[in-house]
Ligand binder design. Structure first.
Ligand SMILES: Cc1cc2nc3c(=O)[nH]c(=O)nc-3n(C[C@H](O)[C@H](O)[C@H](O)COP(=O)(O)OP(=O)(O)OC[C@H]3O[C@@H](n4cnc5c(N)ncnc54)[C@H](O)[C@@H]3O)c2cc1C
Length: 450
């Protein structure tokens, strides 16, 4: 068995005999890593693969190229990327924006790695066309044929279709170039509005504030991260944001963005108006589907794939933010990494299946620990909610039929593993609940489960 280690904060997977000293993605220490056994690459089932083309130089594409190399040591592997840079940790653009890491620390591998692994990396070379029938790609470089092709073309940041959202001076944060422009605005002390209060929006706002700019975060829904947090936890997070000089407006449903006196004027449906020098939109992603559609592959939100990451055309695979598996485009780094490995190995002749990976419940938002797991609202009158708000943290536990059904831990997720275990194992906690415990006592009791 090959050894791998998963970061319990962000889900990053590190391969090696020991965990890394620091998680390259979220900066957590070695203690945050847990060992994980990973299946060895399956024995080849098709040894005739001589040439694999991977389109897209994000984490899914690099992982696919690496896995294809391991699976088919003699095959020719070409990796096309529309971006000129060496493939980089896109997930770390927020940390780059915050000044926590430099541009030199962004690449996933140094240039020499591609040579060593005989991966023909072609940066700044977009593929313009895909032909499913003869498995070829073409562009300014001519035509390249392959025995198998992996589409790892990722996604683009989404711009909601309200009036004015496509104007110059409004950016998303998806590439190094965009991050550099936002950085320039922030360092010039401009007033910046971030639109979209999901994790990416909160992180981007935090990073911009750390560069000294004045930031307002606007969220269309009634509170921050509504899929992970209840209103109280969101208010607590908003208080952390205010400490970091980020102003926040909830339920801000943008009607239009116009310009007046050289500034942007953002108008909400309820009449509120916010002005800004620049706008950063962080409102989710849309899979890049142009190549797949033009080649006639089946698509919905993403390029449809089965559990082997095969698309609807033989010999063509898809992975990462571009791929839709069982109705879901994950939009997550670790999933892109896993899918890339499997698509690359399968493209090179293996037969691995992807069953999904557990969603990581532990996060760090603005440096604050956050765990949100299971049901955090009671489902009926018999359910018990135990919560407590402290100066720098908030706990909420929801019990159904004497069992822990869900929790939110904001500010201190040190009992996170025990919470997860209690939920997964459906522990009977009748005795604990009988004593009508405080949230603090629930924490202590759960620790004994570890
Ligand atoms: C700022 C930021 C913070 C994030 N934070 C987190 C986080 O905390 N946790 C998390 O799980 N995820 C996070 N993500 C999401 C994560 O980065 C993505 O899920 C991941 O990068 C997807 O990888 P991918 O390889 O599928 O696609 P991408 O990273 O989008 O890479 C696709 C590549 O393909 C190239 N390409 C596209 N079309 C073509 C073509 N025709 N020819 C050649 N090349 C092409 C693109 O230029 C791009 O380089 C974050 C993303 C951003 C932007």
């Amino acid at each position: 068995m090959k050894k791998s280690w998963i970061c319990t904060i962000c889900g990053f997977v590190h391969e090696g005999d020991a965990p890394p000293e620091i998680c390259v993605v979220c900066g957590a220490g070695a203690e945050a890593f847990q060992p994980e056994d990973q299946a060895e690459t399956a024995a080849p089932v098709n040894a005739d693969i001589r040439r694999v083309v991977v389109v897209g130089g994000g984490v899914a594409g690099v992982s696919a190229a690496e896995a294809a190399r391991k699976q088919a040591p003699e095959a020719e592997i070409v990796l096309f990327s529309a971006e000129e840079h060496l493939p980089y940790y896109r997930i770390n653009l927020s940390r780059y924006l915050a000044g926590e890491i430099t541009k030199d620390e962004l690449p996933i591998h140094p240039a020499g790695w591609y040579e060593e692994n005989r991966i023909d990396f072609r940066g700044g070379v977009p593929v313009a066309q895909l032909n499913a029938a003869d498995r070829s790609v073409s562009g300014a470089f001519g035509v390249e044929r392959a025995d198998a092709i992996v589409l790892a073309v990722g996604a683009q940041a989404f711009r909601p279709p309200f009036e004015g959202s496509q104007q110059d001076g409004i950016l998303t944060v998806r590439t190094i170039e965009e991050a550099d422009r936002v950085l320039e605005w922030a360092r010039n002390g401009k007033e910046i509005v971030c639109m979209g209060g999901g994790i990416l929006g909160i992180e981007a706002a935090g990073a911009i504030a750390r560069q000294g700019a004045s930031v307002t975060l606007l969220e269309a829904l009634d509170w921050l991260m509504p899929r992970q947090l209840n209103k109280k936890a969101s208010d607590k997070l908003a208080a952390f944001m205010l400490n970091q000089k980020i102003r926040f407006q909830a339920a801000f449903r943008t009607r239009s963005i116009t310009r007046a006196n050289g500034r942007f004027v953002i108008a909400a449906e309820d009449g509120r108006v916010v002005q800004a020098d620049h706008i950063v939109i962080t409102a989710g992603i849309r899979s890049s589907l142009a190549l797949a559609k033009q080649a006639g592959l089946e698509t919905k939100t993403g390029i449809l794939v089965n559990s082997r990451l095969q698309t609807s055309a033989p010999g063509l695979y898809a992975a990462g933010d571009a791929a839709e598996f069982q109705g879901v485009v994950s939009g997550l780094w670790t999933v892109a990494q896993y899918q890339g490995v499997m698509a690359g190995a399968n493209a090179a002749g293996a037969s691995q299946t992807f069953g999904g990976i557990p969603r990581s419940n532990a996060l760090k938002v603005l440096g604050v620990e956050l765990m949100s797991i299971g049901a955090f609202e009671p489902a009926d009158d018999g359910d018990v909610v135990i919560e407590a708000e402290y100066d720098h943290s908030y706990d909420r536990f929801v019990f159904q039929q004497n069992r822990l059904a869900g929790a939110i831990l904001l500010g201190d997720s040190s009992v996170g593993t025990a919470v997860k275990k209690a939920i997964e194992e459906q522990r009977d906690l009748k005795n604990l609940l009988h004593a009508r415990p405080t949230a603090e006592q629930v924490r202590v009791a759960l620790k004994t489960l570890m």
